[in-house]
Design a binder for this molecule. Structure first.
Ligand code: NDP
Length: 251
């Protein structure tokens, strides 16, 4: 096990599957105390048990990022249980259906914006307030290559991820002098529940994405988690406001 995040208290949203679950494992391995947050309690409980057995300090909070009170409760839990909040990986997000925008229902727009944009807003505010109490911290938001360029047939998702990039840059600039760094990762195609579902419902999509990805493959979720861990660590002490593609060369 490593020491990149030794002694730090780090909260991860969307920790019940995919990139967030991988992040829980990587952050714990690197010495962090980890607070896992998502809606599906069974998944969180089994990951917390796995990590606790490996010797890590881990707890979980069942909550919906679209609910501001849930996210205040998650931050309060981190402070009460682990003493403070040093880092947050705001990773929870949904993809929404893949469809041309003129055919897409308002329900897709509402769900994607509530989770990916309002959800980030709900997370950032109590996290930053808690970090100001202790004189600093680091936030990493999970955007997407869809936060930097368009990806096909996912207009609300692309708009939501451009908003994640906007929040990242705005918060980085506002809090830089108060010791808080705010960065984002922008993953390309990554193995998770989102992509398993997208690729199953859209035959040929995975092959088409691989064809325009220089490395020609989908990432494992731990490859994204490793980049987030570095950005959260003190090794990235002069890095803020950056959106780091982790995309096999796609962008
Ligand atoms: P998964 O679907 O496997 O994971 C999504 C996670 O977000 C789950 O843990 C889910 O937990 C959680 N989540 C979703 N909605 C909410 C909510 N309302 N409140 C709390 N938690 C929520 O997919 P990924 O791992 O791929 O997704 C993680 C992030 O990575 C997303 O932001 C996604 O946009 C981004 N991303 C993914 C890419 C990919 O190719 N996979 C590429 C670029 C970005 P639960 O359902 O238990 O609440």
């Amino acid at each position: 096990s490593g020491e990149l995040l030794y002694g730090k208290v780090v909260l991860v949203t969307g920790a019940s599957s995919g990139i967030g679950a991988a992040a829980g494992r990587v952050f714990a391995r690197e010495g962090a105390s980890v607070v896992l947050v998502a809606r599906r309690e069974k998944h969180l409980a089994s990951l917390a048990e796995e990590l606790t057995e490996s010797g890590a300090r881990v707890s979980y909070v069942v909550g919906d990022v679209a609910d501001g009170e849930d996210m205040r409760r998650a931050v309060a839990h981190a402070v009460e249980r682990h003493g403070r909040l040093d880092g947050a990986f705001n990773n929870a997000g949904i993809g929404g259906d893949q469809e041309p925008l003129h055919l897409m229902g308002d329900d897709v727009y509402d769900a994607v914006m509530d989770t990916n944009v309002r959800g980030l807003w709900n997370c950032l505010r109590p996290q930053i307030a808690a970090m100001l109490e202790t004189g600093g911290g680091a936030v990493v938001n999970n955007a997407s290559v869809g936060g930097l360029v368009a990806i096909p047939a996912a207009a609300p998702y692309v708009a939501s991820k451009h908003a994640v990039v906007g929040f990242t840059r705005a918060a980085a600039e506002e809090y830089a002098r108060q010791g808080i760094r705010v960065n984002a990762v922008a993953p390309g195609s990554t193995r998770s529940e989102i992509t398993v579902d997208w690729y199953a419902r859209n035959p040929g999509l995975e092959e088409a994405i691989h064809a325009v990805t220089p490395q020609g493959r989908t990432a494992g979720p731990e490859e994204i988690a490793e980049a987030a861990a570095w950005l959260l660590s003190d090794r990235a002490s002069y890095v803020t406001g950056v959106v780091m593609p982790v995309d096999g060369g796609y962008v």
